[in-house]
Design a protein around this ligand. Structure first.
Ligand code: ADP
Ligand code: MG
Length: 374
């Protein structure tokens, strides 16, 4: 598995790939619904297939760094994809983990989870505290952990830990570190202290979402965990490591209507940050990048020092198996895939554990939209 193949950037800087994991959530079937079974099927730990809407006798096969099937637990996602990058934060390196995918596919479940099934965020924060605790005093460093929590909505940067929130500027210092002057940064000394700040701020965001027309599906929620370590002895060297944990806006194309498909690229109405993120990940992973367009949106500008470059980055693409997600799944996979292959055989339909009527091969045209091609 090519984990972090380095590719040459425009200059002599090394940029690292973004590791891509895909997670399929379980099928949600209603008792009284005619079930068609899932339209996606996992093949093994790195490959999955989906029916080809252009030609139902064909299947499209995709390859990823990791494929997590619908039975994968929160613990397994954390252990295999997230835990290994956390030690780097303690030695002054940056990292980012973000959940991508259409609304309803499991981004928040993956990142936040529930009290019964905690997701990446609570597990990662606990682990950072554990790693710091396990550090040998004799190494001579003192550690301090802090957090910020913000949201990017309509290209505005909003502080979720402060009530008087207004659009905050993103700056870069002389050492190319990205910072947000005015953003609340709170020192935390335990997981429960983290929870005390994080939970109310998350709730604020959820409440606002119902009022503000599904805001949560169109904004990016960004948690920053910062670990600063300081050498006890002279010259008191200091290193800062940043970990961004991001629940991205829904990747669905809200403008798709009837039979008139609109491509992602055609209008300015799309979520600029999400669109730019796809270009940034594309240029980091293609290996031929002349310029990585970090500056084209707030999200990518903010993540610039923690995505690509010397940072450790992971994108978890969440997908849903039901047919109504088909086109969003298709475009999410096209964005995320390392490679894809069209196989000349019909997609094997499987029934699911809900009452199913005899299956007919449904004609899936006319097509509402052309998925984004790359
Ligand atoms: P998103 O944040 O992408 O809009 P959610 O995380 O809210 O999606 O998931 C939609 C629904 O599916 C929620 O009820 C969530 O609990 C459930 N869900 C998502 N992923 C899983 C999973 N892997 N296992 C069980 N339930 C899941
Ligand atoms: Mg969500």
């Amino acid at each position: 598995m090519a984990q972090r193949a380095a590719v040459a950037d425009g200059g002599n800087k090394k940029t690292s790939r973004v590791r891509v994991a895909v997670r399929l959530r379980p099928y949600v079937g209603k008792q009284d619904e005619r079930s068609e079974g899932p339209c996606v099927k996992g093949l093994d730990a790195q490959n999955l297939e989906i029916i080809n809407w252009r030609n139902a006798t064909e299947t499209v096969k995709y390859h990823f760094d990791v494929y997590h099937d619908e039975q994968t637990t929160q613990q397994e996602v954390f252990l295999s994809s997230v835990k290994p990058i956390l030690p780097h934060i303690l030695s002054g390196q940056n990292a980012s983990v973000f959940a991508y995918g259409p609304t309803g596919a499991g981004k928040t479940h993956t990142m936040l989870g529930s009290s019964e099934q905690p997701g990446v965020i609570p597990r990662a924060v606990r682990e950072v505290f554990n790693l710091v605790k396990a550090k040998d005093e004799d190494e001579g460093w003192d550690y301090s952990i802090g957090m910020s929590y913000l949201e990017i909505y309509n290209e505005k940067v909003l502080d979720l830990l402060s009530l008087s929130s207004q659009d905050l500027p993103i700056r870069e210092d002389r050492d190319k570190n990205i910072l947000i002057p005015g953003l609340t940064h709170t020192t935390i000394s335990s997981f429960s202290e983290f929870d005390k700040h994080f939970v109310p701020a998350s709730l604020n965001r959820t409440t606002a979402s119902t009022k503000l027309n599904e805001r949560s599906s169109r904004s990016h929620a960004i948690l920053l965990i910062k670990v600063v370590r300081t050498q006890r002895a002279f010259p008191h060297r200091q290193q800062t490591g940043k970990l961004y944990l991001v629940d991205l806006a829904g990747s669905e194309d809200n403008r798709r209507t009837g039979n008139r498909g609109i491509r992602l690229k055609e209008s300015g109405a799309i979520n600029l940050s999400l669109f730019t993120l796809s270009k940034v990940v594309d240029s980091l992973n293609s290996g031929t990048a002349v310029r990585v367009p970090y500056r084209d949106s707030k999200l990518t500008r903010l993540l610039q020092d923690s995505l690509g470059g010397s940072a450790h980055s992971l994108m978890i693409t969440n997908i849903a198996p039901e047919y109504k997600y088909y086109f969003d799944t298709f475009s999410a996979l096209n964005f995320a895939a390392k490679s894809k292959l069209i196989v000349n055989k019909p997609f094997t339909r499987e029934t699911v554990a809900v009452p199913v009527l005899p299956e007919k091969l449904r004609n899936i045209s006319p097509l509402p939209s052309s998925p984004v091609k790359r």
